[in-house]
Design a protein around this ligand. Structure first.
Ligand SMILES: C[S@@+](CC[C@H](N)C(=O)[O-])C[C@H]1O[C@@H](n2cnc3c(N)ncnc32)[C@H](O)[C@@H]1O
Length: 258
């Protein structure tokens, strides 16, 4: 575990009652993922996906990052913490608190920000993508954009369209959960906008997109198991794995073990 990840996981354990799922990864080896005990949603990215971000930030040193979908702040605290140690200047998150733990999750995200002394760099904002993107951005161009809000079609495509005005030549856009309907469609839209897209087999599968050819080659070197134009999985496969865990969660809750 890298230093940022151990700082964030420790701080999260101090401010929240955390549950774990997909201990070995959902679709590929990785994980674990987290959620707040007593709430099925929201679910965080996996620890392996944090470290995939860590490698990206160490390599490309983005100054400014914009994140759609913050939940209880696991990914944003990690990204901001790594950025803080690699010349990063700002990280803005946008979340409408619509999923599961909602406002409670947002409160924990803010506690995490404060506890990790990330307030100078990390600003958590309440609002909905795509309509509140323009009023919450603080930069004309973001070097790193992470789309992890509502996973539906065409919502993810709308989220992408909302951030396109803030994409420069060197912006890297990251999508999470390539197995969920809405994400492959948004990735297709990114390709139409001139992005090359690298699918990477993390726990829930991530896509790293850039318009810069040199940067794309560097992404390929950074994630040697990445594949361009992977296409998307049969949606049924991912949902079967997901449904299995969901049933187990509700059974455990029923017998008081969750
Ligand atoms: C999968 S969770 C994000 C997890 C987070 N990135 C992490 O790994 O810690 C999705 C989040 O998106 C938020 N959300 C859903 N629809 C949204 C929208 N239209 N705009 C902004 N946030 C949204 C939900 O409230 C939820 O907290």
């Amino acid at each position: 575990m890298d230093e940022s990840l151990s700082r964030v996981t420790k701080a999260l354990d101090d401010v929240a009652d955390v549950g774990y799922l997909w201990h070995q990864g959902l679709l590929n080896p990785g994980g674990p993922h987290r959620r707040l005990k007593g709430f099925h949603y929201p679910i965080s990215i996996g620890e392996d996906e944090c470290t995939a971000f860590g490698r990206l930030i160490e390599k490309f040193r983005p100054e400014h990052c914009y994140i759609i979908g913050n939940a209880f702040g696991f990914s944003s605290a990690y990204i901001a913490d790594v950025m803080k140690h690699h010349g990063g200047k700002s990280c803005v998150t946008l979340d409408n608190q619509s999923e599961g733990a909602g406002e409670i999750a947002a409160g924990i995200a803010q506690k995490l920000t404060d506890m990790l002394e990330l307030t100078e760099i990390l600003r958590n904002k309440k609002g909905s993508a795509p309509q509140d993107i323009s009023s919450t951005v603080e930069q004309e161009v973001y070097e790193l954009i992470f789309i992890d809000g509502l996973h539906r079609h065409p919502q993810v495509t709308h989220d992408l369209e909302g951030v396109l005005p803030y994409c420069g030549d060197d912006t890297i856009v990251v999508f999470h959960d390539s197995w969920i309907i809405g994400v492959p469609e948004a990735v297709q839209r990114a390709k139409e906008e001139g992005f090359r897209c690298l699918w990477v087999p993390t726990s829930c599968e991530m896509i790293f997109a850039t318009r810069n050819e040199q940067q794309f080659a560097e992404l390929q070197a950074l994630y040697p198991d990445g594949i361009e134009d992977k296409g998307h999985r049969n949606y049924f496969y991912g949902w079967t794995l997901y449904a299995r865990e969901t049933v187990a969660y509700h059974l455990k809750k029923l017998i008081g073990r969750e």
